[in-house]
Design a protein around this ligand. Sequence first.
Ligand SMILES: [Ca+2]
Length: 737
Amino acid sequence: MLLHPHFHLRKTYVLSLVFAAALSACGGGGEGSSTTLERASAVSPDQFTDARGVVQPALGSRSKPILKLGQFSYRDLNSNGKLDQYENWRLPVDVRVAELVKQMTLDEKAGMLLIDTLSAPNQGSPLIGATALRFINEENMKRFIFRSTVQVGPTGVSPVWAAQFTNEVQALAEATRLGIPVIFKSNARNHYDRNARQGINEPSGSFSQWPKEPGLAAIRDMAVIRDFGETIGTEWSAIGLRGSYAYMFDTATDPRWFRVHETFSEDADLNADIARNLVLSWQGGPVNPNTKVAMTIKHFPGGGPAAGGFDAHYTFGKFASYSGGLFGDHLKPFQAAIDAGVSAIMPYYSVPENLTYDGVKFDEVGFAFNQQAITDLLKTKMGHKGYVNSDTGIIGSRAWGLEDKTTAQQIAAAINAGTDVLSGFNSKQAIIDVVNSGLVSQARLDAAVTSLLKEQFALGLFENPYVDDSKANDIVGKPEFLARALDAQRKSLTLLKNDATLPLATPTPAVPVRLYSINLNPTILGDAAYGGYQVTTGDRTAANGQMRAPVPAGTHYAVIRVEVSNASGGYRSDDPLTGANPAYINPRTGMTWGAQDPGGVDNRLNFGGAFPWEVNTLDFTGMSTAQSWRISPTLPDIQATMAEAQAVGAKVVLSVYFRQPYVLDDASGLKSAGAIVANYGVSDTALMDVLTGKHKPQGKLPWALANNVSAIATQHPDAPGYAAADTLYPFGHGLTY
Ligand SMILES: [Ca+2]
């Protein structure tokens, strides 16, 4: 950012009083005679306050002139040489928005209702490509989803490069007729996750790496949630990310739903507490110029009760079932976020199945199209004053309940139901068409545009949409941020069982302690900071024909990290082996799982999850022989290691990554380990810090663990927990030492 040599703010307080009087006399519009016009590419370095306490905000302008009126400066965003009301930061946001909407053409308004992916190119490529030019200059778009992994280094997308990219896109937007700034949003990107995937979350790259969402809930400490919000907000805003598609406040009442790993807990009240504290920290309460990230939380009214455990990204998972009568509980986190001033809310794809709530029967259409859910409940009864941002792809591919309607009818249904911006959609003409044809009224369009623009104004983006890119590499992943995140990882670890096994004995030169490990970095285990354990690794790559080293005599502990993933990328709706296989029938339809997906929306199961006929398979014994579940190390390797350890008198420590609330079934033998530590995405360092007792375990389970899979399949999808007889460990269980 260059300071223009003749851009100075004169600190003459008398003039401001004259100017204030002139403002009120002419309704806020500036007059050419009292205006000095200077072209500047500057951020005001010296903010100051006038006699009445009015503070000059820093301005950032690259192409639009700066207007100086008395002692204050403004951006002449429409380049007419005058101070328009929408340019006047001294006026209330509502006044500014109303005037801007009056100046906008239908073309410009239509672009406001679109949001789509616009990620940074790799270093070395031009920052602005054809897509950015089209989105900004032709489609008039103002909202983008930034999906780049951001990593310090000479290739790929570094923090500095990401900041330069968002700045360049802002500069393109500034140069448009009205100079309306853009907002970049992102999915969650601050978690230890070895299986991040586009459309769900981003790898953390150089960003601080916290436990995944259930781990944050396991800590049960709202000070940590606020610390998390403030820390990641500082990182995000350093690269120009001022909006989120996060976090998920779906209450995780069905363990079969593979998106449980993105949610906090099965307890609506705990989730409400986290929602409130995240809005107060990450967003800083109602959006204001100090807000780091304006949040779009998801997915209203709670997609956790996924009928059958299937995800609504998929054709076979369209329905949400609140059969336990607990729909109202699922609203609690959203109400807490609304009360704290959350900026935006995203409805889920799901269709409510036979839902009547508060005397209202809900239409069986996806929530983004659902008048009862969005306008009547969310905006009217619950009082959401922000906007509603659809999930990606509701027009066309995932218009559940409206599959047989035209694109125009789907768009109109969403907008008329109260959805204000369409994600994954980038055609302004489609919006123009529904207005011109009368499917959507001008008044409804203006209301949507008004609610969207408020966010940009409240964030201060009309004054300065730019960030100081030179600082981005130092802010993202700052050592103190990494330390906070590591501490949260430690605090999240939940000790489920400890049969006189943990903490690990500390080695001394006289008394060595020998570890046998699988899926842990032996260098970290053997680090001198832990006293110098002697480590034998049992890691192997079975595909390369490698055999596992046996547990040696003299071993004191076998420490095994257990991770579960899905291998379901081979799924195709029309594939005779998978989606079209007559051996696998969807009980809801009586047809194959892919029969209702002629377009192949479900192909590759891109967003995660098992093959649909294996969605109930959450027990380790079942998963170990399933087609689409993978346990690492394999269950036979775990079982053999445990038997060898027992034979040499070694104690067994399992740390299981509960990406979903899996079932430690009797037949698996896993429960006979001396200690079991649940994790929700942690580094080996965090795990060793707790196993060695440097930090005591303190996490509490964010959901109950069932002791059998049939209890899960028969429980109402909207109800947390199980009967005592079906419960291995209840919600809140967690030991210490
Ligand atoms: Ca102007």
